[in-house]
Design a protein around this ligand. Structure first.
Ligand SMILES: Cc1ncc(COP(=O)(O)O)c(C=O)c1O
Length: 400
């Protein structure tokens, strides 16, 4: 009998594993940490998480919940109080009639909810349309499930709106799901009402479901947030993904949710039941405190992100060979570096190894991200300034 240890890796794994993608930010972070362990100083602009501490009242609620023995299993869709609070908050934020508890499914982050929702929707051969460049988790899950990924370009020339002609030509009656993400990772683009309206019209024409990943909806710098769920006919066609990671600086707590039609919510909760069972009970109590507590910490973090955005965009645009559109949301800058190289991953590697600046190649987010870099500006203005200085010095030495 072949022991697991002796079996050749590839012989052991199921075929679907070969189709899994990964989030490169975690790999670059590991390399950056290894360089730090060897004594190098690195400015971290690779990982997409707020550098702020979780607001005090949320931490207190988590600690008190442990002390009060909130340490048992909960229903797989989440504790009723949290589902109710999310249903109310999410509808209020988007200016729509309240959702019901039954529409809400809580998970350990938005990411597992994305996975479980796609698992509930996609059969092998179904088509899923998603933006390129885009957050890699959608494509990874769809490919694993044997679905067909249909990319649609986001255009730098239109401040990272979806190319609507391309979208219209790519959706058919085979399209099961269209995933949108606004504010967007990695571009920082925010889809306009006009752009969303066309997606909504197509959804009703072709009968597909929209997964609207709105995890950065509180990281918005200009105007009011618009969810596609607000548009006529879209409430029952939209699955909203959101969570606590980015708005409340709670990435490591692992808490997110999906809002969707009741029947689907039931099935997604069944996936929860079959995988992680439920989210840590005291973490759900902390989430309740986040939604019920003061909103000021969220607004303060957004203001600080905006100052950092202004610093990094001005800096990137002053480096020879780089040009960067102003992002309107999230906390990413996505400069075009094609005048330096089209091999963005190699340039990102050079910047890490030679300049001690950790960032990601744009092609980590899809083919259309080739020739761009992604910087997460969830770091102090001081560190951003240092990174810009280092890059200004290093880039002329990059062998094109
Ligand atoms: C677009 C997008 N969606 C979802 C997530 C998932 O976040 P979490 O699982 O921490 O809620 C991320 C995290 O980087 C993201 O960028």
């Amino acid at each position: 009998m072949t022991s697991l240890a002796a079996a050749h890796h590839a012989d052991l794994l199921c075929d679907a594993v070969s189709r899994l993608g990964s989030e490169s930010a975690f790999e670059v972070l590991a390399r950056a940490r290894a360089l730090e362990a060897a004594g190098r100083h690195i400015v971290h602009l690779e990982i997409g998480e707020p550098d702020f501490d979780t607001p005090e009242h949320i931490k207190r609620a988590g600690i008190e919940a442990i002390e009060q023995n909130y340490s048992h299993y909960t229903p797989s869709a989440g504790i009723p109080e949290l589902r109710d609070a999310i249903a109310e908050y999410a509808a209020r934020l988007r200016g729509i009639a309240p959702f019901k508890r039954e529409n809400v499914v809580v998970g350990p982050g938005g990411k597992p909810i994305i996975w479980n929702t796609l698992s509930a929707l996609l059969d092998p051969g179904d088509e899923m349309v998603a933006a390129d460049p885009g957050y890699p988790a959608y494509a990874s899950c769809a490919s694993y499930l044997g679905a067909i990924l249909v990319p649609v370009a986001l255009r730098e020339s239109s401040e990272w709106q979806l190319d609507l002609d391309e979208l219209a030509s790519r959706v058919t009656n085979r399209t099961k799901v269209v995933v949108i993400n606004s504010p967007q990772n990695p571009t920082g683009g925010v889809l306009t009402r006009e752009n969303l309206s066309v997606v909504a019209e197509l959804a009703q024409k072709w009968g597909f479901i929209v997964i609207s990943d709105e995890i950065y909806c509180r990281n918005l710098y200009d105007g009011k947030f618009i969810s596609i769920a607000e548009l006529d006919g879209m409430r029952d066609r939209t699955i909203v993904i959101d969570g606590f990671s980015k708005a409340y600086a709670m990435t490591g707590w692992r808490l997110g949710y999906g809002i969707m039609p009741e029947g689907l919510a039931h099935t997604v909760a069944l996936f929860n039941n079959n995988t992680f069972s439920c989210v840590a009970t005291f973490v759900q109590r902390a989430g309740l405190a986040a939604l019920g507590g003061p909103d000021e910490p969220v607004q303060r973090m957004t203001r600080i992100f905006q100052e950092r955005r202004d610093a990094i965009i001005a800096g990137l645009n002053s480096i020879e060979g780089m040009s960067c559109k102003t992002p309107h949301g999230a906390f990413y800058a996505f400069p075009n570096v094609k005048a330096i190289t089209h091999d963005d991953k190699d340039l990102a590697r050079f910047l890490l190894e030679e300049a001690g600046v950790a960032c990601l190649g744009g092609s980590c987010f899809g083919e259309a991200g080739g020739g761009y870099l992604r910087f997460s500006y969830a770091n102090s203005v001081e560190n951003i300034t240092l990174a810009l200085e280092r890059m200004r010095e290093a880039i002329p030495k990059y062998a094109r």
